[in-house]
Design a binder for this molecule. Sequence first.
Ligand code: ADP
Ligand code: MG
Length: 254
Amino acid sequence: MNAPLVEAVDVRKQFGDNEVLKGITLAVAPGEVVGLIGPSGSGKSTFLRCINHLERIDGGELRVAGDLVGYREHNGKLYELREKEVAARREKIGMVFQRFNLFGHMTATENVMEGPVGGLGVPKAQAQAEARQLLTRVGLAHRLDAYPHELSGGQQQRVAIARALAMKPQLMLFDEATSALDPELVGEVLDVMRELADEGMTMIVVTHEMGFARDVADRVVFMDGGVVVEEGAARDVIERPQHPRTQEFLGKVR
Ligand code: ADP
Ligand code: MG
């Protein structure tokens, strides 16, 4: 296996007295798609937020692309990252949330251009051309100049995916990207995610769509109570879960 793109070793996180991640160990190889499933409150979002520098971990080690999250190393010592360093590292990671959070006063194209122009200093004309390409890739060539309120939820989420891709991330994190959508709009977003996976993007996908996890993920990880209870090849975990808690969970969501 190539050096992992994400490497978590005994990652711990607590909010006050509430230990939410109780030692998560997980490696994700470049190009791998990991489906992260588990009941509400099991720590899935917190884990993704730790990977994306949105939460500080309280124990263990977490590396993305070889870099320690939250710290940099120098002569064997650890130093906390400065804000600028965190920002630079976060640029490697795209994250798509349940809520799309597009800028309401900007068109689809402008939403996608914003990060490259504002964050990376890409010239506007180039960023605009790339934004149009990305929007075309997610099936929105006909809505380039639409404002978010003129778009369906599925279209808005596809703009959000294009916006994340515009930063040319090494890793994409999806946190229940389809949970807020009307059922008839879920498929078009999953299709875009499936294409990304097929193109070799490294992805961690928190989802309640078990069919998607089974078919698209290489590996499925079942979390409960802040620990990884079971993991394995996607089809094995979804169709033949070994652990009683996994069996119970899958029995409920099916
Ligand atoms: P999941 O995404 O699996 O539903 P979360 O990671 O959102 O789980 O939450 C795990 C636990 O952490 C829950 O008990 C939740 O209430 C708690 N939690 C999450 N974020 C915070 C926060 N910012 N402050 C306090 N508690 C939090
Ligand atoms: Mg969550």
